[in-house]
Design a protein around this ligand. Structure first.
Ligand code: A3P
Length: 292
């Protein structure tokens, strides 16, 4: 049998002031003209904040009864709006064809680049944020194993690039603060923290349900909580990305550790001091925990 041609590693370039690759800008006109529907639910994150976790929770909350046809990988059930990679249909195209309601939509776009129809339709938006240090570590391992990301280089250089905001989808600092500021004036944004979800998944599940106006029974909630525990999602081929050939799990699995504080195993004392010194979050009220 013929081996599938894997896409090449992309280059990073400046796109409206945000570092990007062509895998997320190649379909830009269609992304910007995307027609959101009023009942769409957007899951917006900076990469590695727990997007897949929250996507799976929402999928279970909305579609648990329609099991057979939903037995598909999470990246097909919650399409990635701006994605345009070889071998797969563009995210916009998949979304346009979806007839289920509500559509669950994933995006990593910074707030200023989100297609305007999401605001016009007043869609519900769940933003998930994760502390910078663990995000950087998770992103580093992701870039090692994912062929559609630029080569990460060594950890020290990668961390410097992270501090400089030269990552795919731009600066972590700008992303989390941009969405945080938007939330102050836009009531449809629920801003969740990865650390809170690790600390007490049930409590954050309750917050999600009340935001979405859902009232699952206690048993149903307990079931969802069990299914989305890290160890269970790691084993679940519908949730763990193991069916996606662009990722090489021999280098690092997608469901890697699922912890708060793994940064301590990666940052040297000097790197940690430099990172804290450089931390570009003086002018915002959003606060992160790096341990729970
Ligand atoms: P680590 O690399 O630190 O393990 P995203 O889905 O936004 O790409 O985020 C991926 C990160 O979320 C990975 O972090 C992954 O392990 C973690 N994650 C995914 N599902 C999780 C779960 N159920 N519980 C805790 N962490 C989870």
């Amino acid at each position: 049998c013929k081996r599938m041609e894997l896409p090449p590693r992309p280059k990073l370039f400046d796109f409206h002031g945000v570092s990007m690759t062509n895998y997320f800008t190649g379909n830009w006109d269609n992304v910007q003209n995307f027609q959101a529907r009023p009942d769409d639910i957007l899951i917006a994150t900076y990469p590695k904040a727990g997007t897949t976790w929250v996507s799976y929770i929402l999928d279970l909350l909305y579609y648990v009864q329609t099991a057979p046809e939903r037995q598909r990988p999470i990246f097909e059930k919650v399409p990635f709006l701006e994605l345009l990679i070889p071998l797969y249909p563009p995210g916009v195209e998949v979304l346009d064809k979806l007839t289920t309601s509500p559509r669950l939509i994933k995006s990593h776009l910074p707030v200023q680049l989100l297609p305007k129809s999401f605001w016009e339709q007043n869609c519900r938006i769940v933003y998930v944020a994760r502390n910078a240090k663990d995000s950087a570590v998770s992103y580093f391992h992701f870039d090692r194993m994912n062929r559609t990301q630029p080569e990460p280089g060594d950890w020290n250089n990668f961390l410097q690039r992270f501090m400089d905001g030269k990552m795919v989808f731009g600066s972590w600092y700008d992303h989390v603060t941009g969405w945080w500021e938007k939330k102050q004036t836009h009531s449809k944004i629920l801003y969740l923290f990865y650390e809170d979800m690790v600390e007490d998944t049930g409590r954050e599940l309750d917050r999600l349900c009340s935001y979405l106006g859902l009232s699952p029974s206690a048993e149903e909630k307990e079931r969802v909580r069990g299914v989305v525990q890290f160890d269970n999602m790691k084993k679940n081929s519908m949730a763990n990305y193991s069916t996606l050939p662009i990722m090489d799990f021999k280098i690092s699995p997608f469901m890697r550790k699922g912890k708060v504080g793994d940064w301590k195993n990666h940052f040297t004392v000097a790197q940690n001091e430099q990172f804290d010194e450089d931390y570009k979050m003086k002018n915002t009220t959003v606060q992160f925990r790096t341990v729970v």
